[in-house]
Design a protein around this ligand. Sequence first.
Ligand SMILES: Nc1nc2c(ncn2[C@@H]2O[C@H](COP(=O)(O)OP(=O)(O)OP(=O)(O)O)[C@@H](O)[C@H]2O)c(=O)[nH]1
Ligand SMILES: [Mg+2]
Length: 190
Amino acid sequence: MIIKKADFIKSVSSAAGLPDDGKPEFAFIGRSNVGKSSLMNMLLGRKNLVKTSKKPGKTVLLNYFDVNGSFYFVDLPGYGFASRSKSEQDLWRVLIEKYLKTRKSLADIFLLIDSRHGFLPNDEQMIEFLDHFQIAYTPVFTKTDKLTKTELSAAKQKHPDSFFVSAMTGAGKEQLLDYVEKILDKEVKE
Ligand SMILES: Nc1nc2c(ncn2[C@@H]2O[C@H](COP(=O)(O)OP(=O)(O)OP(=O)(O)O)[C@@H](O)[C@H]2O)c(=O)[nH]1
Ligand SMILES: [Mg+2]
């Protein structure tokens, strides 16, 4: 897939603000600091379209990016950000869970996992939630540049249906974009 253009559309803080044009969308979800925003920039070939941060928890809204005028990438707020208050975490849960359960135009969910740490309790919780509601998702292991070659090939063997990416080196970009294209083709045919 060739990215011809990518534009920030809007930040959404409630169901009422979600786009209603029916374009398919791909949600990027994962722990705070896992590399969601960096991966989106890498895929879109833009340095700073999606804001990244050294300070976890920066993304607090659903951020919509239009790609090629035909679909959306959605940057979801990271979970497990410890210094968020309980009420902020509850608010996060309500907004995100409702979005994941009810959003009709969701083409796929990329569940990002830090490849150095694997599935942590917060990730397991998210997976339990998705499985419980039979919501399909695709695991994407991030920051693979931090693994040795041996560790990376072991991880790939252990998770054969997942993607492995590095926003730093661009590894995995083609594979993930091809996958996006495949899903979009399928959506059009259905
Ligand atoms: N080495 C390495 N560092 C990365 C990679 N991707 C992201 N980072 C770093 O990890 C930190 C967090 O990246 P973000 O992309 O902001 O993470 P996020 O998941 O969007 O974080 P929140 O918006 O806070 O939930 C930044 O310091 C990035 O530079 C990667 O592939 N390799
Ligand atoms: Mg982010």
